[in-house]
Design a protein around this ligand. Sequence first.
Ligand SMILES: O=C([O-])C(=O)C[C@H](O)[C@@H](O)C(=O)[O-]
Ligand SMILES: [Mg+2]
Length: 424
Amino acid sequence: MKIVRVTVTPIAFRDPPLLNASGIHEPFALRSIIEIESDTGYIGLGESYGDAPALAIQQQVQSQLIGLDPFNLNQLRAIVQATVAAHKPASLAGAELAPGSHASKAVSNAYSAFEVAFLDLQAHSLNVPLVDLLGGAVRDRIPFSAYLFFKYAQHIDSPYKPDSWGEALNEEQIVAQARRMLETYGFKSIKLKAGALEPEHEVACIKALKKAFPGVPLRIDPNANWSLETSIRMAELLGDDLQYYEDPTPGLDGMAELHKRTGLPLATNMVVTDFDEFRRSVALDSVQIVLADHHYWGGLRDTQVLAKMCQTFGLGVSMHSNSHLGISLMAMAHVAASVPNLDYACDTHYPWQEPDEEVIKGGKLPIIDGCVQVTRAPGLGLELDHDQLGMLHDQYLSCGIRQRDDVKQMRRYQPDWKTVKPRF
Ligand SMILES: O=C([O-])C(=O)C[C@H](O)[C@@H](O)C(=O)[O-]
Ligand SMILES: [Mg+2]
């Protein structure tokens, strides 16, 4: 079997004004959609970062894959490594919350983008679900968590209308957001994206959630925007309210000290983002739960390696997300299905994306009882909707955004917005 066509299509889909430690989401989020076709007529799909530097690497790799055997993942890795070495990717300012788009992750992120499509193609040719190439499914329903954000009612720049979620800045509004997430999708745990407003207020929102949803596991993620002292102070206020405390404070040393001082289980998608950081984290006991993400951990197979390492060193495994569509969601579900020690419900931004903005046939994937059902059709079990792809590509061309920049967007609301971190 040989690859005869590789297409990388950048797309943009609408994104609500969600607040985070850097600033605020722009009106559109970027992704790239990858199609790889074999001479035998099979198609493999992938979804990855659509920011300019990541896209440039994907586009440089694209033509070099023609003629390659889609089972030759080592050759794919060699091509990606050589391409990245030849074209030093630019660093991204204003997008530090998308670890996969960092220059240092260029190889693992581009490799992953194509690895998923290669595996999808392999599985199609063997007429098996992708998860079977990962050792088979240990579960067929993958639990996800409600992912709450503080948010404004609408984007400041015209012509964006209010979205259906409305404003969420105070306790009542956050509880209402959670209630809608739980009622609509059946999520059984809740994560609050923090680091945006005053820490005491964010902790008060956790208390309000605890009161409104007793027994539902809660997590808070200030994206390293709290100093060590603030993180300790908030830990005292939080007591035993949390399932885990995600990236409250910066750095491996800061997280290690915080764990030593509070004993709380700390999770991360910021201080452990590659195997070198993993090794250093284990030596320091910086984190107790690693949030995997195949998009920047080097694909589905390397995510399995990460999970095995977590098991070896007694760490928990959960899953991180950035704004994404259904191909990413199903790739996450297939790798999650293959990981025996996935101990926690995974993150997903999927509910924040509009119902009419999906690239796969059949529209948005259902989340029922908080879970995504792992497909049993060959590969990822998904087919691309080319009309939708064309529409979202046109939106990419017209939206003017080429690189995520939550800081720049925040300065439209607050012109003097500073990037100082930790802010609190
Ligand atoms: O867990 C996380 O840190 C994230 O999900 C990172 C994201 O970039 C999130 O902060 C966002 O979408 O604003
Ligand atoms: Mg996080």
